[in-house]
Design a protein around this ligand. Structure first.
Ligand SMILES: [Zn+2]
Length: 476
């Protein structure tokens, strides 16, 4: 189908602007539990969104039919809606909010959906499950794989023309140990989604991780409870990714700050006046929106309104500079933002999202950080989270932790948790790990919007040390 030809037939509609965004996404999920194949699911979704601007107001229509007459009908309907809605517009937009970007993007992944054959991946998952069988107390061993490929083509009457092909994969494993002392789970890979294909799986490395998570689940069964006290806290990247997501990403979304998401996903403690003035964290805190990181989960060329994606500092030396919002929110707030107006599929309008939101590495080694702590704790791997509607007051639980006493890692403790308030917490950031501690991650299930849109994002982080944090145990 030639999208440009269809677009040219819409020229006589007399709209101020029209775009067509074709999205085809295909996903395969595979899972194994206790060495038993649990199933394979495969989905495919393909359709077109039409966006029309009339009287400075946008409206949308979508169809999964590729009959040109149906696309014209949807465009006419969107035009009528734009005219009706423009009587009540909160803001008027112009062609300035729709850049004429031209280009192509292909993620670095090689083996996508067309290369998928279930035999090899199933063998890998079976081997991982088997490797976690280290003791009779390991009652549940799960291994899963997903592979997804998304092709988008965006064309608009202003000349914009962007094609993107993104392959993403992840393998997740978990081991649950149970005895009369309780139940403990260790996992790996939940935050490891990236823009590579089936070629990325390093079987030998995954087998090492499988054995490690099972052994650590066993170790946790015998461990003492995490103490309750205020102490120094070192966090690994597989916990920090969610800390970044919830306490930096979400509160900086400009549509949340505008109140658009208040009914559903929530509001934000950040006020428009905070940009350029709020000391969000300590001087060591540098956070970027980075859609250019090769292979990270949410890298792309342009967002879904054709805005060219560039790396930008959201927070520099702890100072809040810019929000996560596309050109429409930027205009409404008169604030700087990023190219992050994204849609989950062809039947959803683009809204302000995170993409890759990363904490930049610093200069400390992990050994330096541990050595500097008199009494503290090193926590790894997110287990639970809770954060209020303003993304301000939070508590997180981790799977695994080790105490730090007089500059040395000592015993393992179970059920570790910590709590804090966003800006004071980030202002207690005392040491930031160097590149050797930096891990690039991603996840696929960030939800917001009405109707709901679940989208993939990325978070990279070094290991970090925070001083004087409230730590507590509890929970089984
Ligand atoms: Zn989210």
């Amino acid at each position: 189908m030639n999208l440009k030809n269809i677009l040219s037939t819409l020229n006589n509609l007399g709209a101020e602007y029209i775009s067509l965004r074709e999205v085809r996404s295909r996903t395969i999920n595979l899972s194994v539990r206790n060495e038993v194949f649990e199933g394979l699911s495969s989905t495919e979704d393909h359709g077109i969104m039409v966006e029309v601007m009339m009287n400075g107001q946008f409206a949308h229509g979508a169809t999964n039919s590729f009959d040109p007459a149906e696309i014209v009908r949807v465009a006419e309907e969107a035009k009528k809606q734009a005219i009706e809605a423009s009587r009540f517009s909160l803001s008027k937009f112009s062609i300035e909010e729709r850049p004429a970007t031209v280009g192509e993007y292909k993620s670095p992944g090689e083996k996508g959906i067309d290369h998928f054959h279930p035999a090899e991946p199933t063998k890998l998952l079976m081997a991982l499950s088997n490797e976690m069988k280290v003791h009779d107390h390991i009652i549940s061993r799960t291994a899963s794989l997903y592979l997804t490929e998304m092709d988008t083509h965006f064309v608009a009457t202003n000349g914009a023309d962007v094609k993107q092909n993104i392959i993403r994969t992840a393998v997740g494993i978990s081991a649950t140990a149970q005895s009369d002392k309780g139940t403990q789970r260790r996992s790996f890979g939940d935050d490891q989604s990236s823009q590579y294909g089936l070629e990325r799986f390093d079987t030998a490395k995954l087998l090492v991780e499988a054995k490690r998570v099972a052994s650590e689940a066993m170790e946790l069964l015998e461990a003492e409870e995490c103490p309750t006290e205020t102490m120094d806290l070192i966090l690994a990247p597989d916990q920090l990714y969610l800390q970044i997501h919830e306490s930096i990403g979400h509160p900086l979304e400009l549509d949340r700050i505008l109140g658009d998401e208040r009914n559903y996903a929530g509001w934000s403690f950040v006020k428009p006046a905070d940009f350029g003035s709020l000391q969000y964290g300590s001087k060591l805190m540098n956070v970027t929106f980075d859609p250019t990181m090769v292979g990270q989960n949410a890298s792309y060329f342009s967002d879904d309104i054709g805005n060219l994606a560039t790396k930008e500092f959201l927070i520099k030396d702890g100072l809040l500079l810019r929000g996560l919002g596309g050109l429409e929110s930027q205009k409404r707030l008169n604030l700087p933002g990023v190219a992050s107006q994204r849609a989950t599929s062809w039947n959803r309008a683009p809204i302000d999202r995170m993409a890759n939101v990363n904490l930049e590495p610093g200069s400390s080694t992990l050994a330096d950080m541990i050595k500097s702590v008199k009494r503290g704790i090193f926590m790894q791997s997110n287990r639970s989270w809770s954060i209020d509607d303003y993304r301000n007051k939070f508590q997180f639980g981790c799977e695994f932790a080790r105490l730090i006493e007089d500059g040395k890692l000592t015993k393992v403790v179970k059920n570790p948790n910590y709590r804090g308030i966003t800006a004071p917490f980030w202002n207690q950031l005392k040491m930031v790990g160097d590149k050797s501690t930096f891990e690039v991650g991603g996840l696929s299930n960030c939800g917001k919007g009405e109707p709901n849109q679940v989208i993939f994002v990325g978070h990279a982080s070094p290991v970090c040390l925070f001083s004087n944090i409230e730590v507590f145990g509890g929970g089984k």
